[in-house]
Design a binder for this molecule. Structure first.
Ligand code: SF4
Length: 411
């Protein structure tokens, strides 16, 4: 089990990603709810792996997709492989590059996931991976390599909806996807069936939590410094999507946080000095960047990467999941995402936009450059950052750029 209780009171003492979380617990000493969320984050993967060894089904899966709702309904713990970056180091890069011969320029997210799975081979831990064919090609390659190495890997077919697809064509796609969901159930349980009552409960849980998290984001607008950037990102990214593997505990903690926020008076001085920012792109494991934003007086109030679409509860749950997938997978130019970003900027009266992606990801870098130019043309400050996914403090250059950017907005 990782040490969730190491006391880190000085940011200078931080040497790992878990140290950032430990330091964040000290910073949030006034909030039992945020401290609990940070603990849930640290304990998520180790507890799932320990539970698996003790006979509790678990599977590595995509973080923010339909998968957690379906997996919980099937009695399987979803374990986001995006969390593996937290345990990685330069050694993992070497495993990917030297042992598996990944080109050096391959995205670090893929390389560290492959290396972490490699280190777990034959260790008795979670040995199944539920991939997604909608992932990028480097990740598809990673999945296939892991299949060859002995993991039980399953993919859905590629699911995308062109912007103009509706009517009969959409209905065909929905039927096709329901079949795909049943394939997942069969792979995991041996039965080509999903308990629709349980899935309905998961759909309702997700909608309930989406509503609660929206409320928290609204409360943060008037209490911007109560929940800092790292705690917010961990809660939204993994908490909201996978519930850190413990749905009831997560929801109870979210309820406690709402109560804390509602009981915290609005501080006009904080509102006068806050620098509202919108974050777009990946939110990886470079926790030092979030710390740098906080230290410079910024507050990440808008996050474009978090899906906030509700599931329909007026139709059968399997159909609801299938329609949700198509509503979230509209193919098309990054201009659609840019429009969402733009409205978030307007709504929050953001003073700047931080665009973040991983070194080696050619897909996202094109979108980010397009968005940067769009906001620059509108006269809004925008910074385009590239970082790595694996553990390790961010480079000094990235931190200096972030601090300088936020301080420039404050000036
Ligand atoms: S960051 Fe880009 S290259 Fe890396 S896994 Fe994601 S889509 Fe693929």
């Amino acid at each position: 089990m990782l040490n969730a209780s190491r006391l880190v009171e000085d940011p200078e003492d931080i040497t790992s990603q878990n140290d950032y979380i430990a330091y964040s617990k000290v910073v949030h000493a006034y909030s039992p709810a945020i401290q609990k969320l940070l603990d849930l984050s640290v304990e998520y993967v180790p507890l799932a792996e320990e539970g698996f060894k003790a006979g509790r089904p678990a599977v590595w899966c995509v973080a923010n997709s339909y998968q957690p709702a379906l997996l919980y309904a099937l009695g399987v713990i979803p374990v986001s492989y995006g969390e593996l970056g937290r345990y990685s180091s330069k050694e993992d890069m070497l495993i990917a590059e030297d042992f598996y011969q990944f080109p050096v320029e391959t995205c670090s997210m893929v390389k560290c996931s492959v290396a972490q799975w490699h280190k777990r081979l034959n260790s008795g831990t979670i040995n199944r991976i539920l991939g997604s064919s909608s992932s990028c090609e480097p990740f598809n390659l990673g999945f296939e390599i892991m299949r060859q190495r002995g993991y039980d890997v399953f993919h859905n077919e590629v699911i995308y909806r062109g912007p103009s697809v509706s009517g009969e064509r959409l209905e065909q796609l929905v039927k096709f996807t329901i079949d795909q969901l049943l394939d997942v159930a069969e792979w995991l349980t041996g039965e080509r069936a999903v308990d629709e009552e349980k899935l309905g409960q998961e759909v309702a849980r997700k909608n309930r939590l989406l509503t609660k998290l929206k409320k928290i984001l609204d409360l943060r607008r008037t209490r911007p410094f109560y929940m800092k950037s790292l705690a917010t990102i961990l809660t939204l990214n993994v908490g909201l999507n996978n519930y850190f593997g413990r749905p009831e505990t997560f929801e109870a903690t979210i309820d406690a946080l709402i109560e804390e926020l509602e009981n915290t008076p609005v501080n006009e001085k904080d509102l006068a000095k806050v620098i509202p920012l919108v974050w777009a792109g990946g939110t990886g494991q470079e926790f030092g960047i979030y710390e740098a934003i906080d230290q410079a007086g910024g507050a990440l109030l808008g996050l474009r990467s978090v899906p906030f679409r509700f599931y329909r509860e007026d139709i059968p749950p399997l159909e609801s999941v299938a329609r949700w997938i198509y509503d979230n997978s509209t193919a098309g130019a990054g201009v659609y995402a840019r429009n969402v970003l733009d409205s978030e900027v307007e709504r929050l009266k953001a003073r700047g936009v931080i665009l973040y992606g991983y070194i080696g990801c050619s897909f996202a870098s094109v979108d980010r450059e397009m968005w940067r130019r769009f906001f620059h043309d509108k006269g809004l400050a925008c910074i385009n950052l590239e970082g790595s996914f694996q553990t390790g403090t961010p480079t000094g250059q990235v931190l200096t750029r972030v601090k300088a950017f936020v301080e420039m907005l404050a000036a």
